[in-house]
Write a protein that binds this ligand. Structure first.
Ligand code: MN
Length: 257
């Protein structure tokens, strides 16, 4: 059998499972809320064009309104000022959209402290057990935050002291960008950075360091609990928006059973 025939057979008999890591898109999909004086993105909306009626008797279709950074989405390097000379979303090479993924599980730490930050020591400890991070692949940070993703208030978890959402420390973001072989970071939260990241040095370090290094971000992933620590193959499919800074994406993982 050819390699693709082997893949088809494995998908058919369930020895490779397709796990959907994508949050459903609707008007209630949580979106980032920046404070004044910054501009914000619009909620996802559907506007009906026709629905088997006199506007179009045999067909149903909608216009959509969405931000590039809505729901499960892909951050291109040009999204951040540090990556302004890098790829826009249409320029990300298709060969980089299919890549190995590993999962670091901070669920227990985040249950105890929603402001928990992944550290370089955490990643080193993970590497001692599971081997090196994959070259050209994704580091997916599992936090359990996907359980909140249908409830915007719980998902953004803000109070008068700010947003309490887990993420990655500034030093770990720098290390992932400059020293680790991964092509990108995937998270379960509304952005790749922690809720407190506006106050970090630099602010929003995952965006600043990773996109500045030509690397990528994936956000609002779910079902990471269904992936092994190593061995999954991730398929991310952002729209090739010319000049775009990112795009909602369907993100799938192939997992051997
Ligand atoms: Mn984004």
């Amino acid at each position: 059998m050819s390699l693709l025939e082997q893949l088809r057979a494995a998908l058919g008999d369930g020895s490779i499972e397709v796990v959907d890591l994508t949050a459903p898109l609707s008007e209630t999909t949580p979106i980032l809320q920046l404070p004044e004086p910054f501009n914000n993105t619009v909620p996802f909306t559907l506007k009906e064009i026709s629905h088997y009626d006199d506007r179009g008797p045999a067909w149903y279709w909608n216009d959509i309104s969405t931000g590039e950074h809505t729901g499960t989405h892909f951050d291109a390097p040009v999204h951040w000022i540090t990556g302004r000379d890098g790829e826009d979303i249409s320029q990300v090479p298709p060969g980089r959209l299919i890549a190995p993924a590993v999962v670091i599980d901070s669920t227990a730490e985040v249950a105890a402290d929603p402001d928990y930050l992944l550290s370089v020591d955490d990643v080193r400890e993970w590497e001692r057990k599971h081997g090196p991070l994959p070259a050209g692949g994704w580091l997916l940070h599992r936090t359990g935050w996907d359980a909140r993703s249908r409830d915007a208030e719980a998902f953004l978890n803000a109070d008068e002291s700010g947003s309490h959402v887990p993420g990655v420390s500034a030093e770990c973001a720098r290390w992932l960008a400059e020293e680790a072989p991964v092509a990108g970071l995937g998270t379960e939260t509304v952005g790749t950075d922690a809720g407190a990241a506006p106050g970090f040095d630099p602010p929003f370090p995952c965006h600043s360091y990773l996109l500045g290094a030509g690397k990528y971000g994936l956000t609002q992933l779910q079902n990471l609990a269904r992936l092994p620590a190593t061995g999954a193959m991730l398929i991310a499919s952002p729209l090739p928006i010319i000049g775009g800074s990112g795009s909602p994406a369907r993100v799938l993982a192939l997992v051997e059973r």
